[in-house]
Ligand binder design. Structure first.
Ligand code: IPM
Ligand code: MG
Length: 360
């Protein structure tokens, strides 16, 4: 019997290609440390909708429930844009987050030194970047009630979305922010819109309360518009950022691009028990899907996070991260991070190179 059961949900578009590489790297790195995995694949997203009429079939949820962790690809694509909310591919990941109460979404943005010239910002602004966005994952405007589009009169409709947070919901995610900061640079920026939103006024008050338990962490409060600007102006000032669901969605895309490509960054969505879904921050990239052009590193970095947070195996996680560094030092570059003089490779070749190094 294998040591760990991993559910693999490749999803749509490049999700398929990058997840295959991440799985292979995980297997190779595990093998090196004597850890074995049993991988089981299931449908999610648009491909699940096409096959079963639902973006998240019950079989998929059951497989996740019977597994130690989930390796997720990406879901969505123009083909499914016209569907209703509960039919859309995105419903799959949003429902999984809710179903397993994955409130803590960790999105690290780390600059690999060989890529400083691939960033759209000047090398000096991003060299050494190592920040972590802790995004709340199961609350806020993504899930608040009431919501919907209603008919006001014959020629007028009205849409409603509700942002709602309770003190326990804020407390637990802010606490994760402090705990992460304690393991890293001891700085926590809590991002809100306190000058406008009541949600943010409550958020700030709770953050101040939780701060009393972490006297050696420097807490600052940053308004979200300023945070977006500061991320581009001087990203090195940040260590850990903690924020609500939608602000975190937006800021984590911005943070990811500092590293050269959104194709570099993995993420973890965790619940209180350490169960998690691990997925690249990027989407399905329908424009390059099936062409062996995707960057598998984000998915591979997600597999490293799986080792760190669910398996609690820092050694395997570090072996995978070191393997990624080696592939980059050797000059391998997928199109999204390619710069002149570097070796242009596809998804498979990049994945195989990382796998070779990760297997030791
Ligand atoms: C993300 C994505 C999702 C989100 C979408 C696909 C629903 O953008 O994981 O950042 O908004 O959470
Ligand atoms: Mg997003």
């Amino acid at each position: 019997m294998a040591d760990y059961k991993i559910a693999v949900l490749p999803g749509d578009g490049i999700g398929q290609e990058v997840t295959a590489q991440a799985q292979a790297v995980l297997e190779a790195a595990g093998g090196r440390f004597g850890v074995s995995f049993e991988f089981s694949e299931a449908l999610a997203g648009g491909s699940a909708y096409d096959a079963t009429g639902e973006p998240l079939p019950a079989d998929t949820i059951n497989l996740c429930r019977a597994s130690d962790a989930v390796l997720f690809g990406a879901v969505g694509g123009p083909k499914w844009d016209g569907l209703s909310r509960a039919e859309r591919p995105e419903y799959a990941i949003l429902t999984l987050r809710q179903e397993f109460n994955l409130f803590a979404n960790l999105r690290p943005a780390v600059m690999f030194d060989p890529l400083v010239d691939a960033s759209s910002l000047k090398a000096d602004v991003v060299r050494g970047l190592d920040l972590l966005v802790v995004r709340e994952g199961v609350g806020g405007i993504y899930f608040g009630q009431p919501r919907g589009i209603e008919q006001v009169s014959a020629d007028e409709e009205r849409a409603i979305d509700t942002m709602v947070y309770s003190t326990p919901e804020i407390r637990r995610i802010v606490r994760v922010g402090f705990e992460m900061a304690a393991l890293r640079g001891k700085k926590l920026a809590s991002v809100d819109k306190e000058n406008v939103l009541d949600n943010s006024r409550l958020w700030r008050r709770v953050a101040e309360e939780v701060a009393k338990d972490f006297p050696d962490i420097a807490l600052s409060h940053v308004l979200v518009d300023n945070a977006a600007m500061q991320l581009i102006r001087d990203p090195l000032q940040f260590d850990v950022i903690v924020t609500e669901n939608m602000f975190g969605d937006i800021l984590s895309d911005a943070a990811s691009m500092l590293t050269g490509s959104i194709g570099m960054l993995g993420s973890a969505s965790l619940n209180e028990k350490g169960f998690g879904i691990y997925e690249p921050v990027h989407g399905t990239a329908p424009d390059i899907a099936g062409q062996d052009k995707a960057n598998p590193i984000a998915a591979i970095m997600s597999a490293a996070m799986l080792c760190r947070y669910t398996l609690k195996r820092t050694d395997i996680a570090e072996a995978i991260e070191a393997a990624v560094s080696k592939a980059l030092e050797e000059g391998l570059r997928t199109p999204d991070i390619h710069t002149p003089g570097m070796k242009l490779v596809g998804c498979v070749e990049m994945g195989e190179c990382v796998k070779r190094h990760a297997g030791g």
